[in-house]
Ligand binder design. Structure first.
Ligand code: HEC
Ligand code: HEC
Length: 308
């Protein structure tokens, strides 16, 4: 019975989502001036009520756009309840947040500044602070041509920056484009990733980020906290313990893993995944090879970060 369900899941997932495709080498739809202003705002602590936290505090470029802490820490040392995902390549996510409660980066960016746990701000206060800053006044005027800074412009610039956070030319993307070969272990890992069925959920341009799936599809997962799962959005019974399938791009940089940050290393994460979501216990060499494959998914640091 379990095998049959697995086969059906594989069939459904592959037919809906399609294969893994490389990220574009160059993205041509970015307004660079806006994105550079967004880059500054992304690391701006003025955007938090006590001036201690910026977007970068929880989405660090030193950790693949994610947070090395199990849960993020916002203003007043307030601890969040869920692990911070990467902002890299998030323009390709079909929804945002672990439970997909918003559709676009624009709706998403509106969230943290208002979230009392994260930045605890409101639009008026952000406008007031930025309008009191001569540098920002000049910079916004140059980009938006208006004398007063408005909150929508702040969000607009941050989103433009996020849209530029793409990590092209990973070893795997180059392999997909027939430019290079994977080594033996990486290749074996890729085959195991396909044959074992990881690819049924982790596929498409972001190797994930295009469907919701249950954590604990085969073996129930022990939820040791109350996390906002998909059920908290839809209130449908079948969405209990369901989350957006995360991207596996740059996964070697974004530990700890899972919504609860419960796995510190990739081999532990793979063990957990295969046990709970495939109902198999992989052999040591298979796990090793899948780790080698996952490491080929690390792309180049987004060019916008180093643009002068
Ligand atoms: C205090 C830590 C913290 C701060 C500050 C913060 N974030 Fe986040 N961010 C998170 C966490 C945690 C999540 C996941 C929340 C969830 O899914 O319920 C998240 C989710 C996201 C996502 C969705 C990614 C995905 O794969 O679904 C994006 C995009 C994002 N944040 C961008 C931003 C931007 C832009 C800012 C600044 C305006 C910001 N964040 C500030 C912790 C933070
Ligand atoms: C049935 C769908 C499904 C299958 C099959 C599946 N995954 Fe996942 N994967 C998910 C979901 C959903 C999550 C997020 C779960 C959570 O955080 O609770 C996830 C999370 C992960 C993570 C952690 C990502 C992060 O950023 O925290 C890794 C690594 C991973 N999967 C690798 C694999 C590998 C390797 C396989 C095959 C052995 C696999 N997955 C099979 C759905 C699946």
């Amino acid at each position: 019975m379990k095998k049959l369900i697995l086969l059906l899941t594989i069939f459904a997932a592959v037919s809906i989502a399609g294969p893994i495709v490389p990220l574009p080498r160059k993205i041509n739809d970015i307004d660079i001036k806006k994105a550079l202003l967004g880059r500054k705002l992304f690391s701006e602590t003025l955007l938090s009520s006590d001036r201690t936290v910026s977007c970068h505090s929880c989405h660090s470029f030193d950790y693949g756009g994610a947070d090395p802490r199990i849960v993020s820490v916002g203003i007043d040392e307030k601890h969040g309840n869920i692990q911070s995902p990467t902002v890299y390549n998030s323009r390709y996510n079909f929804k945002q947040f672990w439970n997909g409660r918003v559709n676009t980066l624009k709706e998403q960016a509106d969230g943290p500044t208002h979230n009392p746990m994260e930045m605890g701000m409101n639009a008026l206060l952000i406008e007031k602070r930025l309008n009191n800053d001569k540098e920002y006044k000049k910079e916004f005027a140059a980009v938006y041509g208006s004398s007063e800074i408005r909150y929508e412009q702040v969000i607009d610039a941050i989103v433009e920056f996020e849209r530029a956070l793409v990590t092209p030319d990973s070893k795997f993307d180059r392999f997909l484009r027939n430019e290079i070969k994977l080594n033996k272990e990486e290749m074996k890992g890729y085959l195991a990733f396909k044959q074992r069925g990881c690819i049924t959920c982790h596929n498409g341009i972001n190797i994930g980020e295009n469907s919701f799936q249950r954590m604990g599809l085969f073996v129930p997962y022990d939820f040791n906290g109350s996390y906002p799962d998909r059920h908290s959005v839809t209130h449908k019974e079948q969405d209990k313990n369901v989350f957006k399938v995360p991207t596996l791009r740059n996964i070697e940089l974004t530990a700890p893993y899972f919504h609860d940050g419960s796995s510190k290393t990739l081999d532990k994460a793979i063990r957990k995944m295969s046990h709970h979501n495939l109902g198999v216990n992989l052999k040591e060499d298979e796990i090793h090879n899948i780790v080698q494959f996952l490491k080929t998914l690390t792309g180049k640091r987004p060019a916008i970060l180093d643009l002068k």
